[in-house]
Unconditional design. Structure first.
Length: 132
């Protein structure tokens, strides 16, 4: 696959996950780091997220767990919680994953991630979370 084909696949994959916000990602970095934007699209989504071995739902669940464990990634966590909802995860499943994370990465990180989830759920009219 050529670099341009990878970029096109990444753009398509990112748009599918994020309800069409691939262009926003590119524009958000365009004046400071356009190559970083291109690599996020080409490599992150054209190379990794587009692989068939995991369905998008599972990739998003893993991503939420890893961003929670890292901590300090709240802006990215907000995007990926939104993407997780877009690909079929429910708010209750996301909250359950964050509860699971508390035992492995600590309550402060799980709490920070839960407040990000609360913000996303609120913006989408998904509060209160049933079954949580």
């Amino acid at each position: 696959m050529t670099e341009e084909e990878r970029y096109e696949l990444g753009f398509k994959t990112l748009n599918a996950l994020s309800d069409g916000s691939a262009q926003k990602v590119i524009e958000s970095l365009g004046d400071v780091a356009p190559e970083l934007a291109r690599q996020i699209v080409s490599w992150g989504f054209g190379e990794v997220y587009s692989r068939p071995a995991l369905v998008p739902r599972d990739r998003q669940l893993l991503t939420i767990g890893m961003l929670t464990a890292l901590g300090g990634c709240e802006p990215q966590l907000e995007v990926h919680i939104g993407n997780a909802l877009n690909v079929g995860l429910t708010p209750a499943e996301i909250i359950e994953a964050l509860l699971q994370a508390a035992g492995y990465c600590g309550f402060p990180k799980a709490l920070n991630a839960t407040f990000v989830a609360k913000k996303v759920f609120g913006e989408r009219g998904l509060l209160p979370v049933a079954g949580a």
